[in-house]
Ligand binder design. Structure first.
Ligand code: TYM
Length: 327
């Protein structure tokens, strides 16, 4: 039996270079070794108010990105979370095995509620429990994620261990799979914070749909420092972030990139990073546009994915209900 990989991405907007380098690029290629499920987590997306037409468009767009980036729907299970009701069912059950004290410690909840004071809803609060349900439902062994999701994986493991302690070996305890380079891509304007699709400063963030000109312009404006040496170091967050991005898109080691730009100025370096990113994204953008021109086919892919995911989730959900004591 192949081991199981599960990961999710939220359809709250166009995916960013951060999600690409921290997560999505690592998903392709895993399907030969693992049974892979990748879910567009639309239930997670409604913790913020979102126009229905926009949510629908975002969902399809996200699915199309996953396929355009190389996830073959014949080899990976791709689907929308809202199409498999077991996610919501297990989430409720796990809520009853999660402590408020644990949820209070979640940094993402603290950050998001501080940014969005007029809509601190309980979905935002119990978000990590739904995420735990996503993962545990499939007996997932590995969860490929960026650094920002590590805490959510930790709470998922805690909930699973707690449940198993009471009821026996119900859930597989999942491991995080965080890439050694690229797990935390930061903003181009604010290199001490994560690059985020929900950020309002669009110069901070490269969206996968940005044109080559936009990409190059954003990199030219990227915040650096005054020291003018291209070296990876904690004191140089802007340059280190650009080196990380360049290393990821060119498939080189950070040291090789440092050597390549030794003695060169920041201007030339920023241009080279922008061009490399634009070049990397161009074929994906073309494929994405092609996929978006056939919505019926995209929807059919999602339905087939949901049917398979549903089939895989059902035994675990039945077992959970059984051990708890539901008639
Ligand atoms: P989301 O949609 O914010 O991000 C999707 C994936 O991209 C990674 N990522 C980044 N990596 C490096 N640098 C960045 N700047 C960056 N921004 C995003 C994220 O770590 C993530 O792996 N809660 C999740 C979705 C989710 C999920 C799950 C993930 C729901 N259920 C179950 C794994 C397993 C989220 O909002 O990801």
């Amino acid at each position: 039996m192949k081991k199981i990989i599960f990961s999710g991405i939220k359809p709250t907007g166009i995916p960013t270079l951060g999600s690409l380098l921290g997560a999505l690029t690592h998903w392709e290629g895993l399907s030969s070794q693992y049974n892979c499920l990748y879910c567009v987590v639309d239930l997670h997306a409604i913790t913020i108010r979102i126009d229905p037409a926009v949510l629908r468009e975002n969902g399809r767009n996200m699915l199309a990105w996953l396929i355009a980036l190389g996830l073959d729907p014949e080899k990976n299970i791709l689907y929308y979370q809202s199409h498999v009701s077991a996610h919501a069912e297990l989430s409720w059950i796990l809520n009853c095995y999660t402590y408020v004290g644990e949820l209070n410690r979640m940094t993402q909840f603290k950050d998001k509620s501080a940014k969005n004071t007029e809509n601190i809803n309980s979905g935002l609060y119990t978000y990590p429990v739904l995420q735990a349900a996503d993962i545990l439902l499939f007996q997932s062994n590995l969860v490929p994620i960026g650094e920002d999701q590590r805490q959510h994986l930790e709470i998922c493991r805690d909930i699973a261990e707690r449940f198993n302690k009471i009821y026996g070996d119900v859930f597989t305890i999942p491991e995080a799979f965080v890439p050694p380079v690229g797990a935390r891509i930061t903003g181009l304007q604010n290199p001490s914070a994560k690059m985020s699709k929900s950020d309002e400063h669009s110069n901070d963030c490269i969206y996968l749909s940005d044109s080559s000109d936009e990409i190059i312009k954003k990199f030219k404006r990227a915040v650096t420092d005054s020291d003018n040496t291209i070296k990876f170091s904690e004191e140089k967050p802007g340059i280190s972030n650009l080196l990380t991005i360049y290393a990821c898109v060119t498939n080189k080691k950070i040291e090789e990139c440092e050597a390549e730009f030794e003695g060169k100025g920041y201007g030339a370096f920023k241009l080279a990073v922008g061009e490399a990113v634009a070049q990397t994204l161009a074929p994906f953008q073309k494929e994405h546009a092609r996929l978006m021109s056939d919505i019926a086919e995209l929807d059919a892919i999602a339905s087939r994915g949901a049917a398979k995911a549903n089939e895989m989730a059902t035994p675990t959900l039945i077992n959970v209900k059984n051990v708890i004591g539901f008639v």
